[in-house]
Design a protein around this ligand. Structure first.
Ligand SMILES: NC(=O)C1=CN([C@@H]2O[C@H](COP(=O)(O)OP(=O)(O)OC[C@H]3O[C@@H](n4cnc5c(N)ncnc54)[C@H](O)[C@@H]3O)[C@@H](O)[C@H]2O)C=CC1
Ligand SMILES: CC(=O)C(=O)O
Length: 318
């Protein structure tokens, strides 16, 4: 790792998510250079101008509206391009149209000798991360999806609110599809080392039945936000910045992301939400939690939904 190297992140898709991510990244001083690419060049140019105007108040950085040639010396290419959900639409409903967008984007990135990591956020994220891996021909550790990092953050936030504990001290994961079939891993959820299922019984004003409501609120959070303001973007932007920092600073951070499984959890040939160690090489390793029987079945069922969607895009694959 060369700590003196200039770090560059290329963001493809400067819509709600891409521009919020660039803004959050700039404010946290995470990358030296941020390049914005969008079909709507004017929009990306306007965003770059707007963000540059804030530079006197933050860490030194360079930000510009660029093109695919800028990917050649990038450390990370983050893809946030494509359609988002209309109210009532599921993430999986976006698979067909966003896969077409990805085929063209990934081709243009690889045509420019990109040697870094792909980070995918566009929905359905597990399916499009798989598509990025397929289209790029990269080793799977260099292709990562945001997966359930945002759902896991929502889970920790809501548990923290419920128990009146700082969300950063709540350790819990949402696994599987970033979508309607995701699952809460209650068997490994703890607060200060105390299992949440026991902690809830320790407290007078808490009830174990509330835990189900908390999970349902996590699972349906995107629908609740989209119904109110049309799209979600700040939470995912901050999640992507956390992942970007783990990669650029070679942190070996444990984050819940969409990673490729090649035998882990008994699964093959799939990108799905799992805890993993993330560093400058991408996914260093997938962490295999000892799931209980219910969780195992929920994870298997969730992965079947992802696999079915993958097969609609790559019908010749097993
Ligand atoms: N993984 C996650 O947790 C989350 C994922 N998302 C997903 O992120 C994606 C983007 O959402 P928004 O930013 O709200 O949408 P948006 O419509 O605001 O932005 C999408 C941008 O992509 C650009 N674009 C489309 N095709 C392109 C191409 N071929 N090349 C370059 N740019 C292209 C559009 O011009 C537009 O600026 C959606 O799929 C959404 O569902 C959103 C929130 C959370
Ligand atoms: C839109 C989306 O995927 C989310 O907010 O979770």
């Amino acid at each position: 790792m060369d700590w003196n190297k200039t770090t560059r992140v290329v963001v493809i898709g400067a819509g709600f998510v891409g521009s919020s991510y660039a803004f959050a990244m700039l404010n946290q001083g995470v990358a030296d250079e941020i390049v914005l690419i969008d079909l709507d060049r004017e929009r990306a140019e306007g965003d770059a101008m707007d963000l540059n105007h804030g530079l006197p108040f933050t860490e030194t950085a360079r930000i510009w509206q660029g093109d695919y040639a800028d990917c050649e010396s990038a450390d990370i290419v983050v893809i946030t391009a494509g359609a988002n959900q209309e109210p009532g639409e599921t993430r999986m409903d976006l698979a067909g149209k966003n896969a077409k967008v990805f085929q063209s984007i990934v081709q243009q990135v690889t045509d420019h000798n990109f040697g870094g990591l792909f980070l995918v956020a566009t929905n359905p994220v597990d399916v499009l991360t798989y598509a990025t891996w397929k289209y790029s021909g990269f080793p799977s550790h260099r292709v990562i999806g945001s997966g359930t990092i945002l759902d896991t953050a929502r889970f920790r936030y809501l548990l923290g609110e419920y128990f009146n504990v700082d969300a950063r001290n709540v350790h819990a994961h949402i696994m599987g599809e970033h979508g309607d079939t995701e699952l809460p891993v209650w068997s490994h959820a703890d607060i200060g080392g105390r299992p949440v299922r026991d902690y809830v019984n320790d407290r007078e004003n808490a009830d174990v039945s509330d835990l189900d409501d908390i999970f349902v609120n996590v699972r349906d959070a995107a629908y609740h936000v989209i119904q109110r303001k049309g799209a979600t973007y700040y939470g995912i932007a901050m999640s992507l910045v956390r992942l970007t920092r783990a990669m650029l600073r070679d942190e070996n951070a444990v984050l819940t992301i969409s990673a490729y499984l090649d035998g882990e959890y008994g699964e093959q040939d799939i990108y799905t939400g799992v805890p993993a160690v993330v560093n400058a090489s991408g996914v260093r390793e997938v962490i295999e939690l000892d799931l209980d029987e219910t969780e195992k079945e929920q994870f298997r069922a969730s992965n079947e939904v992802i696999r079915t969607a993958n097969q609609t895009i790559f019908p010749d694959e097993e």
